[in-house]
Design a protein around this ligand. Structure first.
Ligand code: CA
Length: 238
């Protein structure tokens, strides 16, 4: 999966400078020019990293940091014209990981992005789980965020990926709708209901199941939840 970055910046020239650079470096990105859009994108796009301007037309960037921190630990790099220590401290205390003052060097921003990704990898490697999950023809490389079905890579949206990871980390167990919603749903702007969960599950199945009407991997327990079936090495279900 391509590394994804959300660029929150209302100044069009700076936004274009950043996104053009990200593009040449092979990063995936989304942009937002208001605080409202930033939060919506943070929820729906689930970026690996957020690059955040503080002076936005509708909201102070610090407020965005606080909101995002209620559900995500991913790095937030502030790029702001505010150069006073008290502004930096406020942003860092709210949960920002790094702070660059405008005018900034684009090379320095790229270096900070690389540091942030390195730090994320360290954080992930600290976990005790196996880096590769294999279940029948389904394979997930957690460190690369990639999913394969029968040796072919499938491209999932961040939400589908989180849903699948939750199931694989609990393989064999039935997860109730509420448990799944608590674990992967964030508390703002997304309808937290079983209907939208069904929609995400349907699109996920379309991508990983050969025949979504007769799922091999994800079993539905009507009125209860879902279970990822553990498949023995022979390819037969347990
Ligand atoms: Ca601004």
């Amino acid at each position: 999966m391509k590394k994804s970055i959300l660029v929150v910046e209302d100044d069009k020239a700076i936004r274009n400078l950043i996104t053009t650079t990200l593009e040449t470096q092979g990063y995936g990105f989304h942009v937002a020019d208001t605080g409202q859009k930033a939060i919506l994108e943070a929820v729906s796009y689930q970026p690996d990293i957020i690059i955040l301007d503080l002076g936005l037309p509708d909201m102070d960037g610090v407020e965005i940091i606080t909101k995002v921190r209620s559900w995500s630990n991913n790095p937030i790099i502030v790029v702001s014209a505010r150069s006073e220590d008290k502004d930096k401290i406020k942003a860092l205390d709210a949960g920002a990981d790094d702070y660059l003052t405008k005018p900034f060097s684009i090379d320095e921003l790229l270096a900070r992005i690389r540091v942030a990704f390195r730090k994320m990898n360290y954080d992930n490697s600290g976990a005790k789980e196996e880096p590769i999950f294999v279940n029948g023809g389904l394979k997930i490389d957690y460190s690369a965020n990639t999913v394969y079905v029968d040796e072919e890579e499938v491209h999932l949206t961040p939400m589908e990926y989180r849903l699948l990871c939750l199931l694989t980390k609990n393989v064999g167990k039935v997860l109730t709708h509420n448990y799944i919603l608590d674990k992967i749903w964030v508390n703002v702007l997304v309808d937290r209901d079983t209907q939208s969960l069904r929609v995400f599950m349907a699109t996920l199945r379309k991508k990983i199941e050969k025949d979504p009407s007769e799922p091999k991997y994800i079993q539905t327990h009507i009125g209860v939840g879902y279970r990822l079936i553990r498949i023995a090495d022979s390819g037969e279900n347990e």
